[in-house]
Design a protein around this ligand. Structure first.
Ligand code: ADP
Ligand code: TRP
Length: 332
């Protein structure tokens, strides 16, 4: 049997280059050798997006993004989390095996508490149970599909470890491998893609380069990248430049060597380095942008693909539920 690769993306904003390089592209690579199940985590999105129009659009945006990036729905199951009720039944079952202490240690929850502490607010202000139990729903997403590997960026590793803990607790209790214990798949070179200011690219930091923006916006965004104050004539170190590190993702080896030499020689200002980055980025993203525009222009066809994916996915999750219910003594 082929191994299973599964990952999800929360529909909480515009897809950016970090999402593409850190999650979508490696996941599509894995889909060549694994049975792949890739989905839109829309109930995870509901934790933060309370505007119905925004959530509705962003779900389609992410789905169209997967397809534009090359996902073949004939070979990869693409679905909305909300279309698989078995995931939510599994979430409830896994709750019984998840200690509250484990959730207290989750980075996203701890960060929210810290923000409140710094402001002198009630520690749980603005924290909903969706955020607190986020890792259990994510564990159910993964475990429902007997996933072997979960391609994600570095920031998601703790969540995968929690899914391992939870599946492990179930298996230990019943003294047999009822649930598959997943592993994270992180491609080292893209574990963290830097944003405009050199920090991790993230929609929360307002430092992202959007994946499907127009050519003009792409250029404007890249020109806003933060640089040091080195003048045109000064030699520059490509290896410590986040402009060059992004360039490497989109340029071939010959281009990389040639531009690195220009950095080191001096005589090239940051403006030119950014122009070069724009050129290779736009070259790589243009065909994807065109596919995205065509897909998002036909929402009924897109929804059909998602429904067909869900139809094929549901029986897999149902089999996991059946296995676990039997182990628990709740079989019908
Ligand atoms: P954001 O940080 O912008 O909110 P998400 O948390 O929605 O992004 O991430 C969706 C997926 O993209 C996750 O698998 C995450 O690990 C990956 N990802 C996000 N930002 C980056 C980045 N800067 N570098 C590498 N991977 C990333
Ligand atoms: N938590 C992931 C993120 O913020 C999204 C996600 C939800 C996910 N369920 C998942 C990722 C299951 C991998 C597997 O990016």
């Amino acid at each position: 049997m082929r191994k299973v690769s599964l990952t999800g993306i929360k529909p909480t904003g515009s897809l950016h280059i970090g999402n593409y390089l850190g999650a979508i592209k490696p996941a599509l690579e894995l889909a060549k050798e694994f049975d792949a199940r890739y989905f839109i985590a829309d109930y995870h999105g509901l934790n933060t997006i309370k505007d119905p129009k925004e959530l509705n659009f962003t779900i389609r945006h992410v789905a169209a993004g997967w397809l534009a990036a090359g996902l073949d729905p004939e070979r990869v199951l693409l679905y909305r989390q909300s279309s698989i009720p078995e995931i939510f039944e599994l979430t409830v079952m896994l709750m019984a095996f998840t200690s509250k202490g484990l959730m207290n240690r989750a980075h996203a929850y701890k960060a929210a508490v810290q923000v409140n502490a710094d402001k002198g607010d009630d520690l749980d202000a603005g924290v909903n149970m969706g955020l607190f139990t986020y890792p259990v729903l994510m564990a159910a997403d993964i475990i429902a599909f007997d996933s072997d590997v979960v391609p994600v960026g570095q920031d998601q590793v703790q969540h995968i470890e929690m899914a391992q803990d939870i599946a492990g607790a179930v298996n230990a209790n019943y003294k047999k491998p009822v649930l598959k214990v997943p592993k994270a798949a992180i491609q080292d070179s893209v574990a963290t893609v830097a944003g405009l200011d050199g920090r991790k690219m993230s929609k929360s930091y307002n430092n992202a380069i959007e994946l499907f923006c127009s050519e003009a916006v792409l250029q404007k965004t890249i020109m806003r990248m933060v640089t040091n104050s080195q003048g045109v004539e000064e030699p520059k170190d490509p290896d410590s430049s986040h402009i060059f590190s992004l360039y490497k993702f989109f340029a071939d080896q010959g281009e990389q060597d040639a531009l690195a030499a220009r950095y080191r020689a001096g005589g090239m200002g940051w403006g030119v380095a950014k122009e070069e980055l724009f050129r290779v980025t736009n070259r790589a993203l243009s065909p994807m942008r065109e596919r995205y525009e065509a897909i998002i222009a036909d929402i009924p066809a897109l929804d059909k693909i998602l429904e067909q994916g869900a139809e094929k996915a549901r029986p897999i999750a149902a089999a996991t539920i059946k296995r676990l219910r039997k182990a628990c003594g709740i079989d019908s």
